[in-house]
Design a protein around this ligand. Structure first.
Ligand code: FE2
Length: 230
C-alpha cells in the first residue's frame, strides 16, 4: 500500500470514530516526530502493538478486501504465560460496506466482536476441522449471552449494540451492510504475528511504499521511528 493511501484511511477513520462519539487515547495522534522524542516509558505501546493498523492483506484492493484497526490496549505473551497483569485486549475495527477480510480463526484468543454503531455487521462463521480447514458441522456461539446453533457458513447479522463471542477454532470473516460499522473487539491478549490461522495464504501486514511521510505510525512502524520498540 502507498503511505499516502494509509494516511488518508487513518484521517477518515479518525473522523469516523469521533462521529460515533468514541474517543481514542493520546498516542493515537502522536506524530513520527513525537515518537522520536519518547523514552522507555512509552515502550508498552510499541511492544504490545497498540495503535493504528491498516492492511490490504497484500492483495492491492483495500476497498474490497482490507481492514483498518486501532488497538487501544493489549497485554503480552508474558502476561498470558503468568496469568497476571494485562491478559486482555481491546480494539476498534473500522469495517467498510462490503469490505471483506480473510476467513481466519485463532488458536489462543477468544474474542467478542461488537457492533458499536453504524450499519449492520455481517459475520460468517464455520467450525474448523482437524486439518484446520472448514468443517461442515453446526456452529454454536453466544450472542450477547444467549447460545445459538447455526449451520456451517451461516451469516450472523449484528445490529448496533449486538455482539458475538468467537471462541478458538471458529473460522470467521466480516463486512458491513448499509453503512460503515464501528466495530469493537474485546479479547484475550492479541498477537497478530502468531495467532491467526488464515484459510488462504496471505500477508497479514502490507508492504508500504513510502510516497509521503507517515501521519501516524502503524504497529509495524515503531522499530523504525522509536528507539525502545525492540
Ligand atoms: Fe478474528
Amino acid at each position: 500500500m502507498k503511505r499516502s493511501q494509509i494516511n488518508a484511511i487513518i484521517r477518515e477513520g479518525d473522523a469516523f470514530i469521533k462521529k460515533h462519539h468514541f474517543y481514542l487515547p493520546p498516542f493515537a495522534h502522536w506524530t513520527p516526530d513525537d515518537w522520536a522524542k519518547k523514552g522507555p516509558e512509552a515502550a508498552e505501546i510499541a511492544l504490545n502493538h497498540l495503535g493504528w493498523d491498516v492492511t490490504d492483506f497484500g492483495r492491492g484492493d483495500y476497498v474490497s478486501y482490507g481492514l483498518s484497526l486501532f488497538t487501544i490496549r493489549n497485554g503480552s505473551a508474558e502476561n498470558l504465560k503468568t496469568a497476571r497483569g494485562k491478559v486482555y485486549c481491546e480494539k476498534l475495527l473500522l469495517v467498510g460496506i462490503n469490505q471483506m477480510n480473510p476467513l481466519h480463526f485463532h488458536w489462543i484468543k477468544t474474542e467478542d466482536i461488537i457492533n458499536r454503531g453504524g450499519g449492520t455487521l455481517m459475520i460468517q462463521i464455520y467450525n474448523s476441522n482437524e486439518d484446520e480447514k472448514l468443517a461442515d458441522t453446526d456452529v454454536t456461539v453466544s450472542l450477547d449471552g444467549v447460545q445459538h446453533t447455526f449451520p456451517s457458513g451461516h451469516i450472523v447479522a449484528l445490529k448496533p449494540g449486538e455482539s458475538i463471542t468467537l471462541t478458538t477454532g471458529i473460522y470467521h470473516n466480516f463486512w458491513a451492510e448499509g453503512e460503515k460499522v464501528l466495530c469493537g473487539e474485546v479479547s484475550l491478549v492479541n498477537d497478530d504475528y502468531t495467532d491467526n490461522c488464515f484459510l488462504e495464504t496471505l500477508e497479514r501486514f502490507s508492504e508500504i511504499e513510502e510516497d509521503e511521510p507517515p501521519l501516524h505510525l502503524l504497529v509495524g512502524d515503531y522499530p523504525k521511528y522509536y528507539a525502545y520498540a525492540k
